[in-house]
Write a protein that binds this ligand. Sequence first.
Ligand code: AMP
Ligand code: ZN
Length: 470
Amino acid sequence: MADTRIYNTLSRSLETVSPRSEAGRELSLYTCGPTVYAYAHIGNFRAYVFEDLLQRHLQERGFAVRRVMNLTDVDDKTIRGAHASGTALADYTRPFKEAFFQDAKTLRLLPAESYPEATDAAQIVRMIAMIATLMERGHAYRAEDGSVYFRISSFPGYGKLAHVDLEGQRQGARVASDEYDKEAVADFALWKAWVPEDGAVGWESPWGKGRPGWHIECSAMATGLLGETIDIHCGGVDNIFPHHEAEIAQCECAGSGHAPFVRYWMHCAHLMVEGSKMAKSAGNFFTLRDLLAQGWTGREVRYALLAVHYRASLNFTIEGLGAARTALGRLDAWHERLVEAARGAESVEKPDPATEEFFTALDDDLNISEALAVLFETLRESNRGMDQGMLTPAQARGLLDWLKRVNGVLALEPEARNEELPKEIAKLVEDRAAARSAKEWKKSDELRDELAVLGWIIKDTKDGQRVTKG
Ligand code: AMP
Ligand code: ZN
């Protein structure tokens, strides 16, 4: 089997993925999760879909992937949101957590092994312990504002991920907020002393009441659950600095001193809208819910996010979703045709060895364009074969088996028709049928949209309504 190579942001080069031990071929994967102060937008989901493709491909290649994804449920943004809406922090973040899991399912993301939450008592204890170690070792200090800061001058490796040059930096300059850019590189907050705007949010610590900084949260959750060294750590490119740079500093200074925090760093480029990064702060974002309500399916959104190489920036357009719909339509028609052609097959004939190139393309730093080219070339060729009556049932069976393997990685298979609908969904479908009989078209459309937001797609066919999970 060919080696799987990925681009490591740390070394700025392609590297072969190897497990630390051949026994079990285990790889740990830590993926920075959503900050639950709003609905995740599809830019966030671009990162999660890329990570899902990575995990699925590594699994196809025989690695046992242990993935952890955190939920950032306390940071500057969540506190600001809770404060502005006059809600307790946990009540404020809960619906966004629930929505995240629902959206992740709609986009067919494999569930992680665990989803630690930053406010979990056990995690806070770990964060405090890590900060205490950093203090003992002289990597952290308490400033006049009562907060604890990481001393970047104490860690010569600071800047190695983002390639920040510390020469000429003002010693001891500090930054309290979680996010800042490279020009403002400075000692960053590990523990933020309580201020009145924090309201009821705060935990007791050796440095008084306060809360953790965003960066220490990920460091503590990642090493707490996956150990001192993590094989692969992912996020969007905006995470490289300061977030991941800070994570390295914290973990390598609080650890045994012998092990790197992460072996392979991978970052996906941004999802863009008209030349700018899709971001909540820029207000140029779409949530998955927005798109479902417009009649797009989770599968179509997944295709659109997946089809462009993760290190290339992807411009989001509705035409792009239209192209995804067309491509999936072709795959579905082909699939149905193959099923028909495979009827009565008594044996299975392996497809052309060239079809393996689908997987070897993904071995090349997840070269999805090449992989999709192999998929559509296989589709074209076998359609030609079927047009000429040349494809045997055994060959069709072999192609269907291959497609199943392909979909183990892409997860773009058509949704099986769902006979057993959940009760609430069945009720909405029934209401819609009644509305249609009564020619209440507006109500019928509203019910269709409501179902779409819940992740169910309804189509009107000559045999009545057909409901599928989107
Ligand atoms: P946040 O909720 O802002 O902490 O972001 C969660 C994840 O989404 C991080 O890995 C970010 O790097 C990623 N992300 C945020 N915006 C975008 C975008 N426009 N395109 C791709 N990834 C993004
Ligand atoms: Zn993180």
